[in-house]
Design a protein around this ligand. Structure first.
Ligand SMILES: O=c1[nH]cnc2c1ncn2[C@H]1C[C@H](O)[C@@H](CO)O1
Ligand SMILES: [Zn+2]
Length: 340
């Protein structure tokens, strides 16, 4: 839809390893001898989930391919830069890119080399394309709390220099939030913003736990809140933003079908909802596709989509003066499109 293409957009929940430009991943996997397929289509089957994906755990298996080539500084920088180049071409004005630094230290890179390569890619993209971005550092749920503490301590020197927040991601079913409480207390004291993946795989209680024990200001996914009015009440009362990712949620079977997707229920309850991609390549999606799905299947109007974009601006982990600048830029384009 042309109007969706042209809309000025913001992206708050986008994993770097799940969003590697497919052609680049193919080139690097072949060059490094990790795969032997010689057909691009066959390769796409390997790295993107299909509709028959059964769970988040199955979905997470796709990350082994991008992670295997994201172990070098030049690859990290290039992948970040290209993601931003592609998002800029889709008129994304602001993006928060998330990644788990320690998943990129398997072949000798230091934590600092990983983070700085991403930050250099972001800087270069800003200079070349004008697209503005910040980074979110991920702690992995399946790791011990000491590993999360290392992410938080080592990342602190980058707060305000491109890093704005920390997150907890990975297998939610087997690793509840409280395992990482000590780390997120520290993150809170150190001044990070905090977002937590919670309620993605049906466990509603992980949402209040993430807010009350881990200081979450935003919740990734949050689908399971729909089952519990008290959880929705808490989200509303605490003014917590939801980072919803419809296509990913359908693929991981967070919801049975798009008709069961609780986005309208959340909006009707007055919750602050944003819409994001999660993993552009693994989920084979884009912001445009996410919005198009909402318009085609859930009867969203273009004005409602604009409302979601405006929520993202409110939810972004940026300073208020930066938020004013971003809002002004987006509003100007919306006004020119006669959408506000
Ligand atoms: O949607 C998700 N839920 C939980 N974990 C996820 C999701 N998408 C990606 N991840 C994991 C797999 C990646 O390797 C890791 C860091 O981006 O975060
Ligand atoms: Zn995610």
């Amino acid at each position: 839809m042309d109007v969706l293409k042209l809309l000025p957009k913001t992206e708050l929940h986008c994993h770097l390893d799940g969003s590697v430009r497919p052609k680049t991943m193919y080139e690097l996997l072949l060059k490094e001898g990790i795969i032997e397929v010689n057909d691009f289509r066959e390769f796409e089957e390997l790295v993107m989930v299909k509709d028959d994906c059964k769970s988040l755990i199955e979905y997470l298996k796709k990350f082994q391919y991008p992670l295997s080539i994201m172990q070098k500084k030049e690859n990290m920088e290039r992948i970040t830069y290209e993601l931003l180049e592609d998002l800029n071409a889709q008129n994304v004005k602001y993006v928060e890119i998330r990644f788990a630094p320690y998943l990129h230290t398997k072949e000798g890179l230091s934590f600092e080399e990983v983070v700085e390569s991403v930050l250099v890619g972001m800087e270069r993209a800003k200079k070349d394309f004008g697209i503005w971005s910040n980074a979110v550092l991920i702690c992995m749920r399946n790791e011990r709390v000491e590993e999360s503490i290392k992410v938080i301590k080592n990342g602190a020197k980058y707060i305000g220099k491109g890093v704005v927040a920390v997150d907890l991601a990975g297998n939610e079913q087997d690793f509840p939030p409280e395992i990482h409480q000590k780390a997120f207390n520290l993150a809170y004291d150190m001044g990070y913003n905090i977002t937590i993946h919670a309620g993605e795989t049906g466990i509603a209680e992980n949402i209040p736990k993430s807010i009350e024990l881990l200081h979450a200001q935003r919740i990734g996914h949050g689908i399971a809140a729909a089952k519990d009015p008290k959880v929705m009440e808490l989200l509303k009362e605490k003014n917590i933003f939801l980072e919803m990712c419809p296509i990913s949620n359908l693929q991981t079977k967070s919801v049975k079908s798009i008709e069961d997707y609780p986005i309208r229920k959340f909006l009707a309850k007055g919750l602050k909802v944003t819409v994001n991609t999660d993993n552009i390549t693994v989920s084979n999606t884009s912001l445009e596709r996410e919005y198009q799905l909402l318009m085609e299947k859930l009867d969203f109007t273009i004005e409602e989509v604009v409302g979601l974009i405006q929520n993202s601006i409110d939810a972004a982990f940026i300073k208020d003066n930066e938020r004013d600048i971003l809002r002004k830029k987006v509003d100007e384009e919306l006004r020119n499109m006669e959408l506000i």
